[in-house]
Design a protein around this ligand. Structure first.
Ligand SMILES: [Zn+2]
Length: 264
Protein backbone atom coordinates (compact mmCIF):
# COMPACT_ATOMS: atom_id res chain seq x y z
CA UNK A 1 0.00 0.00 0.00
CA UNK A 2 2.80 2.37 0.94
CA UNK A 3 4.51 1.64 -2.38
CA UNK A 4 1.33 2.39 -4.33
CA UNK A 5 0.90 5.62 -2.38
CA UNK A 6 4.49 6.74 -3.05
CA UNK A 7 4.15 5.84 -6.71
CA UNK A 8 1.01 7.99 -6.95
CA UNK A 9 2.77 10.94 -5.34
CA UNK A 10 5.75 10.64 -7.68
CA UNK A 11 3.44 10.26 -10.66
CA UNK A 12 1.65 13.49 -9.79
CA UNK A 13 4.96 15.30 -9.38
CA UNK A 14 6.49 14.02 -12.61
CA UNK A 15 3.87 13.84 -15.30
CA UNK A 16 6.38 12.40 -17.74
CA UNK A 17 6.93 9.28 -15.65
CA UNK A 18 5.58 5.91 -16.63
CA UNK A 19 5.49 3.00 -14.23
CA UNK A 20 5.58 -0.71 -14.68
CA UNK A 21 5.47 -1.86 -11.08
CA UNK A 22 9.02 -2.59 -9.97
CA UNK A 23 10.47 -0.69 -12.93
CA UNK A 24 10.18 3.10 -12.67
CA UNK A 25 10.75 4.95 -15.93
CA UNK A 26 11.39 8.66 -16.20
CA UNK A 27 11.11 10.11 -19.70
CA UNK A 28 13.66 12.82 -20.55
CA UNK A 29 12.81 15.06 -23.50
CA UNK A 30 15.68 16.36 -25.62
CA UNK A 31 13.70 17.86 -28.50
CA UNK A 32 10.25 17.80 -30.08
CA UNK A 33 9.53 19.00 -33.58
CA UNK A 34 8.55 17.97 -37.08
CA UNK A 35 10.33 15.89 -39.74
CA UNK A 36 9.68 15.67 -43.47
CA UNK A 37 8.09 12.51 -44.90
CA UNK A 38 10.95 12.48 -47.43
CA UNK A 39 12.87 10.64 -44.68
CA UNK A 40 10.70 7.55 -45.17
CA UNK A 41 11.76 4.72 -47.48
CA UNK A 42 9.78 1.62 -48.59
CA UNK A 43 6.69 3.84 -48.59
CA UNK A 44 4.46 5.14 -51.37
CA UNK A 45 3.37 8.78 -51.51
CA UNK A 46 -0.21 7.58 -51.02
CA UNK A 47 0.74 5.76 -47.82
CA UNK A 48 2.73 8.75 -46.55
CA UNK A 49 -0.14 11.18 -47.13
CA UNK A 50 -2.59 8.78 -45.48
CA UNK A 51 -0.73 9.17 -42.16
CA UNK A 52 0.78 12.63 -42.65
CA UNK A 53 -1.41 14.74 -44.98
CA UNK A 54 0.72 17.83 -44.29
CA UNK A 55 3.93 16.06 -45.32
CA UNK A 56 5.32 16.64 -41.81
CA UNK A 57 5.70 13.99 -39.11
CA UNK A 58 5.85 14.57 -35.34
CA UNK A 59 9.39 13.77 -34.23
CA UNK A 60 11.14 13.72 -30.89
CA UNK A 61 14.39 12.75 -29.25
CA UNK A 62 14.07 11.14 -25.82
CA UNK A 63 16.26 9.43 -23.26
CA UNK A 64 15.12 7.36 -20.28
CA UNK A 65 16.19 7.20 -16.66
CA UNK A 66 15.10 3.84 -15.28
CA UNK A 67 15.10 2.71 -11.64
CA UNK A 68 14.66 -0.92 -10.66
CA UNK A 69 16.01 -3.35 -8.07
CA UNK A 70 18.16 -0.68 -6.43
CA UNK A 71 19.75 0.35 -9.73
CA UNK A 72 19.53 3.59 -11.69
CA UNK A 73 20.41 3.56 -15.37
CA UNK A 74 20.43 6.27 -18.01
CA UNK A 75 19.54 4.91 -21.44
CA UNK A 76 21.06 7.18 -24.12
CA UNK A 77 21.99 10.81 -23.63
CA UNK A 78 20.34 12.95 -26.33
CA UNK A 79 22.36 15.54 -28.26
CA UNK A 80 25.77 17.07 -27.56
CA UNK A 81 25.52 19.81 -24.90
CA UNK A 82 21.81 19.04 -24.85
CA UNK A 83 18.88 19.08 -22.51
CA UNK A 84 19.14 15.72 -20.73
CA UNK A 85 21.16 16.93 -17.69
CA UNK A 86 18.55 19.70 -17.20
CA UNK A 87 15.73 17.18 -17.55
CA UNK A 88 17.38 15.03 -14.88
CA UNK A 89 17.93 18.07 -12.63
CA UNK A 90 14.22 18.91 -12.87
CA UNK A 91 13.65 15.53 -11.25
CA UNK A 92 16.31 16.12 -8.57
CA UNK A 93 18.86 13.83 -10.21
CA UNK A 94 22.25 15.59 -10.44
CA UNK A 95 24.40 14.41 -13.40
CA UNK A 96 27.06 13.31 -10.88
CA UNK A 97 24.61 10.67 -9.61
CA UNK A 98 24.54 8.87 -12.96
CA UNK A 99 26.85 5.86 -12.62
CA UNK A 100 25.67 3.71 -15.52
CA UNK A 101 24.81 4.73 -19.07
CA UNK A 102 23.62 2.13 -21.59
CA UNK A 103 23.82 3.30 -25.20
CA UNK A 104 21.43 1.79 -27.77
CA UNK A 105 23.61 2.92 -30.70
CA UNK A 106 26.16 5.56 -31.65
CA UNK A 107 24.10 8.10 -33.56
CA UNK A 108 24.55 11.75 -32.45
CA UNK A 109 21.05 11.96 -30.91
CA UNK A 110 21.91 9.04 -28.61
CA UNK A 111 25.57 9.34 -27.58
CA UNK A 112 26.05 13.09 -28.29
CA UNK A 113 24.87 14.19 -24.84
CA UNK A 114 27.78 12.38 -23.19
CA UNK A 115 29.71 15.64 -23.63
CA UNK A 116 29.14 19.39 -23.45
CA UNK A 117 30.14 22.00 -26.05
CA UNK A 118 33.78 21.82 -24.86
CA UNK A 119 33.82 18.05 -25.23
CA UNK A 120 33.89 17.52 -21.45
CA UNK A 121 31.80 14.78 -19.82
CA UNK A 122 28.25 15.67 -18.79
CA UNK A 123 28.12 12.65 -16.45
CA UNK A 124 31.54 12.62 -14.78
CA UNK A 125 30.97 9.49 -12.67
CA UNK A 126 29.41 7.27 -15.29
CA UNK A 127 30.55 4.10 -16.99
CA UNK A 128 29.30 3.80 -20.56
CA UNK A 129 28.19 0.50 -22.09
CA UNK A 130 28.16 -0.01 -25.88
CA UNK A 131 27.77 -3.21 -27.93
CA UNK A 132 30.93 -4.63 -29.53
CA UNK A 133 29.63 -4.48 -33.13
CA UNK A 134 28.49 -0.88 -32.64
CA UNK A 135 31.89 0.16 -31.25
CA UNK A 136 33.68 -1.74 -34.01
CA UNK A 137 31.68 0.02 -36.73
CA UNK A 138 31.95 3.64 -35.53
CA UNK A 139 35.37 3.58 -33.88
CA UNK A 140 37.47 1.06 -35.82
CA UNK A 141 35.77 1.02 -39.24
CA UNK A 142 34.48 4.59 -39.75
CA UNK A 143 36.92 6.21 -37.29
CA UNK A 144 34.16 8.68 -36.42
CA UNK A 145 35.77 11.65 -34.66
CA UNK A 146 32.71 12.69 -32.62
CA UNK A 147 32.21 9.15 -31.30
CA UNK A 148 35.89 8.61 -30.51
CA UNK A 149 36.31 11.91 -28.66
CA UNK A 150 33.09 11.51 -26.63
CA UNK A 151 33.85 7.92 -25.61
CA UNK A 152 37.43 8.89 -24.70
CA UNK A 153 35.97 10.89 -21.77
CA UNK A 154 34.58 7.73 -20.18
CA UNK A 155 35.34 4.29 -18.92
CA UNK A 156 33.72 2.36 -21.79
CA UNK A 157 32.59 -1.24 -21.37
CA UNK A 158 31.77 -3.36 -24.40
CA UNK A 159 29.19 -6.14 -24.39
CA UNK A 160 28.00 -8.82 -26.81
CA UNK A 161 24.39 -9.43 -27.88
CA UNK A 162 22.79 -11.82 -25.41
CA UNK A 163 24.95 -10.65 -22.50
CA UNK A 164 23.49 -9.60 -19.19
CA UNK A 165 25.01 -6.11 -19.47
CA UNK A 166 24.31 -5.16 -15.88
CA UNK A 167 22.23 -7.09 -13.38
CA UNK A 168 18.71 -7.53 -14.74
CA UNK A 169 19.39 -6.03 -18.18
CA UNK A 170 19.90 -8.21 -21.24
CA UNK A 171 21.21 -6.98 -24.61
CA UNK A 172 18.93 -7.95 -27.52
CA UNK A 173 20.35 -8.08 -31.05
CA UNK A 174 18.43 -5.47 -33.04
CA UNK A 175 21.07 -4.71 -35.66
CA UNK A 176 19.96 -2.97 -38.84
CA UNK A 177 19.36 0.68 -38.03
CA UNK A 178 23.06 0.49 -37.15
CA UNK A 179 25.30 -2.63 -37.10
CA UNK A 180 25.32 -2.91 -33.31
CA UNK A 181 21.95 -1.41 -32.48
CA UNK A 182 20.81 -2.84 -29.14
CA UNK A 183 17.47 -3.13 -27.39
CA UNK A 184 17.69 -3.70 -23.64
CA UNK A 185 15.32 -6.08 -21.85
CA UNK A 186 14.95 -5.12 -18.18
CA UNK A 187 13.52 -7.62 -15.72
CA UNK A 188 12.83 -6.84 -12.06
CA UNK A 189 10.49 -8.62 -9.66
CA UNK A 190 8.41 -10.04 -12.51
CA UNK A 191 8.10 -6.69 -14.30
CA UNK A 192 9.68 -6.13 -17.69
CA UNK A 193 10.48 -3.26 -20.01
CA UNK A 194 12.20 -3.18 -23.38
CA UNK A 195 14.23 -0.02 -24.01
CA UNK A 196 14.22 -0.35 -27.77
CA UNK A 197 16.23 2.62 -29.03
CA UNK A 198 15.47 3.34 -32.67
CA UNK A 199 13.40 0.23 -33.34
CA UNK A 200 11.04 2.72 -34.97
CA UNK A 201 11.21 6.44 -35.70
CA UNK A 202 7.68 7.37 -36.77
CA UNK A 203 5.26 5.03 -34.97
CA UNK A 204 2.10 6.43 -36.58
CA UNK A 205 3.13 4.88 -39.90
CA UNK A 206 5.67 2.23 -38.84
CA UNK A 207 3.48 0.37 -36.32
CA UNK A 208 0.74 -0.46 -38.85
CA UNK A 209 3.32 -0.70 -41.69
CA UNK A 210 6.48 -2.16 -40.13
CA UNK A 211 8.16 -2.53 -43.56
CA UNK A 212 8.46 1.26 -43.82
CA UNK A 213 12.06 2.24 -43.04
CA UNK A 214 13.98 5.50 -42.73
CA UNK A 215 16.94 6.97 -44.60
CA UNK A 216 19.12 6.71 -41.47
CA UNK A 217 18.88 2.90 -41.45
CA UNK A 218 22.35 1.55 -42.31
CA UNK A 219 20.74 -1.75 -43.37
CA UNK A 220 16.99 -1.15 -43.95
CA UNK A 221 16.21 -4.85 -44.56
CA UNK A 222 17.71 -5.86 -41.22
CA UNK A 223 16.15 -2.82 -39.52
CA UNK A 224 12.71 -4.03 -40.62
CA UNK A 225 13.47 -7.57 -39.37
CA UNK A 226 14.62 -6.21 -36.00
CA UNK A 227 11.53 -4.00 -35.69
CA UNK A 228 9.26 -7.00 -36.27
CA UNK A 229 11.31 -9.18 -33.90
CA UNK A 230 11.00 -6.70 -31.00
CA UNK A 231 7.35 -5.81 -31.64
CA UNK A 232 6.36 -9.49 -32.04
CA UNK A 233 8.17 -10.32 -28.80
CA UNK A 234 6.67 -7.36 -26.93
CA UNK A 235 3.16 -8.18 -28.21
CA UNK A 236 3.53 -11.87 -27.33
CA UNK A 237 4.87 -11.26 -23.82
CA UNK A 238 2.89 -8.07 -23.08
CA UNK A 239 6.04 -6.08 -22.41
CA UNK A 240 5.99 -2.27 -22.67
CA UNK A 241 8.36 -0.79 -25.23
CA UNK A 242 10.25 2.45 -24.60
CA UNK A 243 11.52 4.15 -27.76
CA UNK A 244 13.69 7.23 -28.16
CA UNK A 245 11.50 8.57 -30.99
CA UNK A 246 8.04 7.66 -29.70
CA UNK A 247 5.72 10.52 -28.68
CA UNK A 248 6.31 11.31 -24.97
CA UNK A 249 6.13 9.61 -22.57
CA UNK A 250 7.65 7.31 -25.18
CA UNK A 251 6.50 4.03 -23.63
CA UNK A 252 3.83 1.99 -25.43
CA UNK A 253 2.13 -1.41 -25.24
CA UNK A 254 1.60 -3.05 -28.61
CA UNK A 255 -0.51 -5.84 -30.02
CA UNK A 256 -0.55 -7.43 -33.47
CA UNK A 257 -3.06 -5.94 -35.88
CA UNK A 258 -3.43 -6.71 -39.59
CA UNK A 259 0.01 -6.86 -41.18
CA UNK A 260 1.48 -4.81 -38.37
CA UNK A 261 0.81 -3.62 -34.86
CA UNK A 262 -1.23 -1.13 -32.92
CA UNK A 263 -0.98 0.51 -29.53
CA UNK A 264 -3.39 -0.49 -26.80
ZN1 LIG B 1 17.78 8.22 -33.11
Amino acid sequence: MLKVFCTLIVFVLTASSAFAGAIETLTLIETQGLSDTALLVNSSDTLKSQYYPSGKMPSQILAFHVKFAGQEILFDTGLKNGNIPKELAKNNIPPENIKTILITHLHPDHFGGLVNSEGKPQFPNAEVYVSKPEYEYWVNELKNEAVISALAQYNVKLFAFGDEVVQGVKAMDTAGHTPGHTAFLIEADGDKLIVAGDIMHFPEIQLPNPDVAVKYDVDPVKAVQSRKFILDYAAWKNIPVAGMHITPPGVIQVKKSGNGYEKY
